[in-house]
Structure formats: structure tokens, C-alpha cells
Design a protein around this ligand. Sequence first.
Ligand code: RP5
Length: 163
Amino acid sequence: MPKSPVAIIMGSQSDWPVMKNAADTLDRLGVGYDARIVSAHRTPERLYDFAKGARAKGFKVIIAGAGGAAHLPGMTAAMTPLPVFGVPVESRALSGKDSLLSIVQMPAGVPVGTLAIGRAGAVNAALLAAAVLALSDEALAERLDAWRDAQTAAVETSPRDES
Ligand code: RP5
């Protein structure tokens, strides 16, 4: 397994508070990643270079987060055979519905695995990336199982008042 099998890319610095949840989740699972800002419309050549070279660099999975007219995951998927998971980042104008629809409605032929808007999507993108990598990494599969067991164990049986 390469040192950073996951690439986390995002359209803007402003996406990092959301996409950091993917990074934190991968940290907890002991999965290496490289996080970069790659904008489909502001830095199209950076996107081209990244997507075209991603497999050769050793990445196995790409997590791409973007907001608004969110071309980044789809354009990335168009230029790499690696699995791409798209995270719609909540936008100011339309609360992320624009981001979600931009990412999820890929025409047949170029898939983007689209997650929920915002933090949940970023966390789940990381868990999906880990699940893909765990197919060929038994130690990671065990860490993922342990993560799920801990999540289950943390659920109370009865609600309590929060102060
Ligand atoms: C998209 O535009 C980014 O992914 C970000 O979610 C959104 C707004 O970007 P900024 O104007 O905050 O840089 O490209």
C-alpha cells in the first residue's frame, strides 16, 4: 500500500472545514492521504495534471469536495480510472442542493459515487475509501470493524437531558 493511497481534493480553501472531516476520519483509521486544493474552474490545468497523474502517483481512491456548480468530482472522474467519491459542500446561496445535484447527476459512463451534503458526506467518503482499500488490506479491514464496533458501543440505550 502506498504511503498516501487517498487523495482528498477540494475546490477552495473554504471547503476545508468540511473536507477536514474526511481527513480526520482517515487519520483515525490509519489511512494515509494527501489533501490539496484543485479548482475545476480557477485552476483547470492543476486539475488536469492531478487527475491525469493520480494513478501513476500511487493513489487508489480520490475524494473530491466542491460547492456550487461543482464540476470538480465529475471532471476528475473523466480523467482518471480511479474511483472518485464526491462530497457536495454546503453553498451559501442554495444550502448545497446545487452542489449535490451538480455532483450526483453524472450521465451514464463516468461514475462519481456521491455522498451526503457536508460533514456526513465527508466522513462517509472517508469510510467508503477505507472500505475499498480494506478489500486488499486485512489489517485495515480489522481497524474498520473496530471503528464500527466502537460506534455501536457508543450508542446509549436511553436518552438523557443535555445541560
Ligand atoms: C467552489 O466554489 C468551491 O468548491 C467552493 O465550495 C465554492 C466557493 O469557493 P470560494 O469562493 O469560497 O473560493 O469552487
